[in-house]
Write a protein of this length. Structure first.
Length: 382
């Protein structure tokens, strides 16, 4: 019988808060993390705004993505309440990933701190973790894929406790110039599902969850945020920055999520969308949700928390899963901010501008990555 997996700890570093408490408070306020770029001199640069992590004392010894990840993982581990000394190190796994690694280091020619797997190496030394370790790279789905892989290790008996998630720090001249050249960088800010949308702003930070074998967690009296009820992935390599609207890969993914979690669409209380504020992306996502869920799609509360934190790229999926977990714990639906002029083609309940109070027992988060990566996770309270 497949072993059950629960979340016992969370940690986050984001453009709107450097721990879970700050992040939750910012979502309740509908706080906008966008601001003029300070990471580098952007006076003559075509991109002027981004969603930077603020009030975080960066040092020059390691890349920002490593520092963000260490902070988030440390918070998640502490939150789990696990006694490191009582844990068999060979049952302790690590899947804290990055879609790109240390871009600041790469642009400086510092290859030691560039490699995406460097963060896991730091964590392995810090916690003396000797179980499975993997850096999952799946573009903007990286964080989601990392959590799914970690859950699978526990289900299959390869580990009993895993720190999983992702960190990204891509507010650099090279990266922002690339997104600008692709035509996906917003000229005036993010407004997902709004008819004025023109693209995303890059965000940065990290999200890490502590996943644990349910029987172990309950035996030690750990707090449990939720159980991993189901997860799924698929591929649509239609174009680097777009999905094929005719082949319905996202519809397939969503139906697989329902099947694996053994639920109906109407059971979902909150759905954290990919919601990147691109014209075609938001429309495609909405259409596919409606194809998968039918009339039940209109009874679910959705939101794009990217409207507040920007597109955190590889870290997005992990941070958005944490948004779901906090929403479940504190009984509120995060808002989609800057939603003022609805697009008739995007006609679901996106929780416009203000959070909504309400009990959440079942939540879903999906990620769609450049190159065709698609993944989703459903979590269930209790």
């Amino acid at each position: 019988m497949k072993r059950k997996v629960v979340v016992t700890g969370i940690g986050v570093v984001s453009p709107v808060g450097n721990n879970a408490q700050e992040f939750s408070a910012a979502m309740r306020q509908g706080y906008d993390g966008a601001a003029p770029i300070t990471r580098f001199e952007a006076g003559n640069f075509p991109v002027k705004k981004a969603c930077e992590v603020k009030n975080f004392p960066l040092d020059s010894a390691t890349d920002p993505f490593i520092q963000f990840g260490l902070q988030a993982a440390g918070e998640a581990f502490k939150d789990s309440g696990l006694d490191q000394g009582a844990m068999d190190p060979y049952r302790f796994g690590l899947a804290v990933s990055s879609s790109k690694g240390g871009m600041t280091s790469l642009e400086k020619g510092d290859f030691e701190n560039y490699s995406p797997d460097r963060l896991n190496s730091h964590l392995a030394r810090r916690y003396q973790a000797k179980g499975p370790m993997q850096c999952v790279i799946a573009a903007c789905s990286t964080g989601t894929y990392a959590v799914m892989e970690a859950a699978r290790w526990i289900e299959q008996g390869d580990a009993d406790f895993v720190l999983a998630g992702a960190s990204d720090a891509s507010i650099t001249p090279l990266m922002l110039a690339g997104y600008h050249q692709l035509g996906v960088y917003s000229k005036n800010g993010m407004c997902p599902y709004d008819s004025r949308r023109s693209g995303f702003l890059v965000g940065e930070g990290a999200g890490v969850v502590a996943l644990e074998l349910e029987t172990q967690a309950r035996a030690r009296g750990a707090q449990i945020y939720a159980r991993i009820a189901g997860y799924a992935m698929t591929t649509d390599a239609y174009r680097a920055t777009a999905f094929d609207p005719e082949t319905n890969e996202l519809r397939y993914l969503l139906r697989e999520l329902l099947r694996k979690a053994d639920i109906k669409a109407a059971d979902i209380d909150y759905f954290n969308t990919h919601g990147t504020s691109t014209r075609e992306g938001d429309r495609y996502e909405t259409e596919q949700i409606k194809k998968a869920f039918g009339k039940d799609a209109y009874g679910i509360s959705y939101s794009s928390t990217k409207s507040m934190v920007g597109h955190m790229l590889g870290a997005s999926g992990a941070v958005e899963l944490i948004a779901c977990l906090l929403a479940m714990k504190e009984s509120f639906v995060p808002p989609t901010i800057h939603y003022e002029q609805p697009d008739p083609a995007c006609d679901l309940d996106y929780t416009p501008n203000q959070p909504r109070v309400g009990k959440i027992d079942l939540a879903c988060s999906i990620s769609l990555g450049f190159g065709g990566h698609m993944g989703g996770i459903i979590v269930k309270k209790g």
